[in-house]
Design a binder for this molecule. Structure first.
Ligand code: UDP
Ligand code: MG
Length: 316
């Protein structure tokens, strides 16, 4: 099979028939063998009924329906586990992404040898309250992930080599960082294609402004995992040692000042009045906390079934 199209959707009943017909048209025009995987993320409208109707008319259409709304990432992950096509293409269900991009995305994966091609909504049809924070967000993501050539990490329209989707796990809200997940799994050949974007035709956006706060928190988590995931002591040990050093120096200062004041008639030094005393207390307690966090982290890592999972590219 050439292409699997994975489409996560949550309450998109109006868009689905148009979207399915459009994809069908593009696939037939290019002679692709394909499947469309609709992942219904617990829709409460008639989306599932609509998909049932579509699947009756086209045997390439399949669906998974969640019992409740889990989120876009779980939906994508479920689609990825099931996708059979050589190239897997994800797209939003709201008709903001154009199926006309499919042939070129397919060509970039199969001919140009990309592992992943991400769409870039260069000209966006979204409100300013969304586009400006998005610019900032993408700049941070580029910096942290080291994927310098991507302008639009969170574009719903992406294409993957099948092996890529089988080796990444998208959970929580991590769909914003799939290129970073792919890179961490060793798939470095990541490309970009400028794609057409349309204003939402039906329904409304499913993500509020909290996406940016959560987005940044998730980025921190991913960075931490990729750097220290299996060696937490390397960061906590370092921080702990630094804190301890600061505390130790402060204690020495306190001691020296005390000794000087004991041998002097005019200079009085009260330990509990000294800033160094409080600094030493705080720093040593924090240092100990860091060390304990590190040890607990190491114990968790040791018990993780993932600790020795390596993705092997080749073997002789
Ligand atoms: N979506 C989903 N589960 C959710 C939220 C969204 O499957 O909990 C789907 C949604 O139906 C759409 C895609 O994810 O197909 C992108 O969502 P949306 O268009 O609301 O995001 P935006 O374009 O505003 O970033
Ligand atoms: Mg949308």
């Amino acid at each position: 099979m050439d292409i699997s199209v994975v489409i996560p959707l949550y309450n998109e009943e109006e868009s689905l028939p148009e979207l399915a017909a459009w994809i069908e048209r593009v696939m037939n025009a290019n002679g692709f063998s394909y499947e469309i995987l609709f992942i219904d993320d617990g829709s409460t409208d008639r989306s599932l009924d609509v998909i049932h109707g579509l699947a009756k008319k086209n045997e390439n259409i399949h669906a998974v329906s969640f019992s409740r709304n889990y989120g876009k990432s779980p939906a994508l992950n479920t689609g990825f586990r099931r996708a059979k096509g050589d190239v897997v293409i994800t797209m939003d269900a709201d008709l903001q992404d154009s199926p006309d991009e499919i042939p070129e995305l397919y060509r970039m994966i199969t001919k140009d040898g990309y592992d992943l091609v991400s769409g870039w909504k260069k000209k966006r049809y979204d409100p300013l309250s969304k586009t400006i924070p998005t610019k900032l967000f993408n700049a941070t993501a580029r910096k942290v992930s080291g994927i310098k050539n991507l302008h639009d990490f969170n574009c719903g329209l992406k294409a993957y080599r099948n092996a890529v989707v089988k080796h990444i796990e998208v959970y929580g809200d991590m769909h914003r960082y799939i290129p970073y997940l792919a890179k961490n799994a060793g798939y470095r050949n990541i490309g970009e294609k400028v794609v057409h974007h349309q204003a939402r035709k039906y329904g409304h956006t499913k993500f509020g402004l909290d996406r940016f706060i959560n987005g940044y928190l998730d980025l921190g988590t991913l960075w931490f995992q990729s750097k220290f995931g299996v060696k937490p002591m390397h960061i906590f040990g370092l921080l702990g040692s630094l804190m301890f050093l600061i505390g130790f120096i402060a204690v020495i200062v306190v001691l020296i000042l005390k000794i000087i004041s004991m041998n002097s008639d005019s200079y009085h030094f009260y330990v509990t009045n000294s800033v160094y005393f409080y600094l030493s207390l705080a720093a040593m307690i924090m240092g100990l906390q860091f060390f304990l966090s590190g040890f607990i982290g190491e114990l968790i890592t040791r018990n993780s079934p993932e600790r020795n999972n390596y993705l092997i590219a080749e073997e002789f």
